[in-house]
Design a protein around this ligand. Structure first.
Ligand code: 13P
Length: 251
């Protein structure tokens, strides 16, 4: 039985004050949805303040990125050791990082390994570009992203995968529930090929890309979809709460 997960990727939004306000608005209600994993992923600088605020609640915390080295002369980077004890999850390989910060499959792989080494749970993002989708290359692209990200990882049990088609991110043009379910089904089969059927059945796979309070149920009710990675709508308390409630009711 896979516990549904709704994660909010706040991206580069909110000051510390705004982050605290947003979580304060949602805390009590989010806490009530106890059959869903609720993850807030604020910017690095707000992790400490948000951690204090959610103490004693069932809300969990995630970072949006990390560097794969533990320490050293890497100006501006944040290491896994710095996140240990601060948060439980970390988003890795988001398409925005691949696109704007040149993160390759090899870098993503190093980051997943670095996270797992200190028991941080990766939320590994995969997804195809519009041209790739239109050329019928979605499965090829995703299979390669999964293969390269997971090389040398013996047990991906604590990894969550987020399928985020790039053409659906921030565009208001979400995939249909059926499309997302089909691709996520393919991702599960790929995991079964890379590992075992048992591993594939227990790994959580989320959909991300223009999920909001109006379309969340369409995704969450699909047999293969275990929740959502929410961008823009996670910055609005009422929207995020509604998405979590929908997941809680479907359970
Ligand atoms: P939007 O929900 O804003 O489309 O963003 C999705 C996303 O990239 C989450 O990681």
């Amino acid at each position: 039985m896979r516990i549904p997960m709704i994660a909010g990727n706040w991206k580069m939004n909110t000051t510390i004050g705004e982050a605290v306000k947003l979580v304060s608005e949602m805390r009590t209600e989010l806490d009530k949805a106890d059959n869903v994993d609720k993850i807030a992923c604020p910017p690095f600088v707000s992790l400490g303040a948000v951690k204090e605020l959610i103490k004693g609640s069932s809300i969990k915390l995630g970072a949006q990125n990390l560097y794969f080295e533990e320490k050293g002369a890497y100006t501006g980077e944040i290491s896994p050791l710095m996140l240990a004890g601060l948060c439980e999850f970390v988003i890795i390989g988001h398409s925005e990082r691949r696109q704007y910060f040149n993160e390759t499959g090899e870098i993503v792989n190093k980051k997943v390994k670095a996270a797992l080494k200190i028991n941080l749970k990766p939320i590994l993002c995969v997804g195809e570009r519009l041209e790739e989708n239109e050329a019928g290359r979605t499965e090829l692209v995703i299979a390669e992203q999964l293969r390269s990200s997971l090389i040398g990882i013996a047990s991906p049990d604590s990894v969550t995968i987020a399928y985020e088609p790039i053409w659906a991110i921030g565009t208001g043009r979400a995939a249909t529930g059926r499309q997302a379910n089909e691709t996520i089904c393919f991702i599960r089969q790929s995991i079964a090929r890379l590992y075992t059927e048992e591993v594939a059945q227990q790994i959580r796979i989320l959909y991300g890309g223009s999920v909001n309070a109006d379309n969340a149920t369409e995704f969450i009710k699909q047999s293969e979809i275990d929740g959502a990675l929410v961008g823009g709508a996670s910055l609005k308390a009422a929207q995020f709460l509604s998405i979590v409630k929908q997941a809680s009711e479907i359970m």
